[in-house]
Design a protein around this ligand. Sequence first.
Ligand code: TRP
Length: 333
Amino acid sequence: MKKRRTLLSGIQPSGDLLLGSYFGAIKNWAELAGEYDCFFFIADMHAITVRQNPADLRRRTLQQLAQYIACGIDPETCALFVQSHVSEHAELAWALGCCTMFGELQRMTQFKEKSAKNSENVNAGLFTYPVLMAADILLYQADLVPVGEDQKQHLELTRDIAQRFNGLCGDVFTIPEPYIPKTGARIMSLQDPGNKMSKSDSAAGASVYLLDSPDAVMRAFRRAVTDSGSDIRYDPAGKPGVSNLMQIYSAATGKSFGEIEVEFSGKGYGDFKTAVGETVTELLRPIRERTEDLLKNKDYLASIYKSGAAKASERARRTLGKVYKKLGFAEKA
Ligand code: TRP
């Protein structure tokens, strides 16, 4: 029997999941999952590169697990786990850090951006973040890694590190391919469509979260910033607000931009915003309800992340064992 290829991805529990986390990530995971051996995790170790409130981090970790399941990831067939529960991530990160160059990490765009934004806490973890991410991926010999556009550079570095290690020590790692979704990958702020919708945006109505109430969702879309003119037309440069709403509507309904233009020809921005709001409300309703149900059953969630970590550890231990042997570490008795 042909071995199934491996798919892996993760999201940091650094804030509540956004509409963009669904369209840009989890929805794709669920669609791809059937064809792959899947590992999906909650990247709590990455989250602490910026300061977190411990109680919030713990709550969001469990909540994110419930949301993965509520969005259609099958915990029976996919390994769902918490990064810090599989200690091999940290161990492999150390080994990989020893074959990553200072200059390579210095060039990472995200490091430059995040250190400018958090100038009071430019810690070493923020700098070596991409090495931990490489470890996440290479531990599982992942073939395919769905990531957002902003993580492409980290994935390229992961490939470089893997190739370097394989070149120095002999083939150990599978070289992963990125999977960058075409649509829905970049949902912009509803208040400032020039910027990506973000977990840290505190402007009212700028961000839509997967757990938002129907009222909050409708309010955010009704208040969404639109552009001058009045027609519904896809033109990201000239009409960033309307184009963003069209992206969202298209991702939620599967309709093309052309079909949407026809559907709303002769109608105004107000009608369109209401339609997008209603569509998103109905999309999120079952996800929110299922998440709330799952969160009432902590024992069930614990059983999922325990068996996910067991499955992940098994694969991770095998890879780490090979790496340690290649590096010349003495065998444990
Ligand atoms: N860095 C990713 C992000 O911020 C999250 C992440 C951590 C990840 N490790 C990963 C994604 C491994 C894919 C594979 O979005």
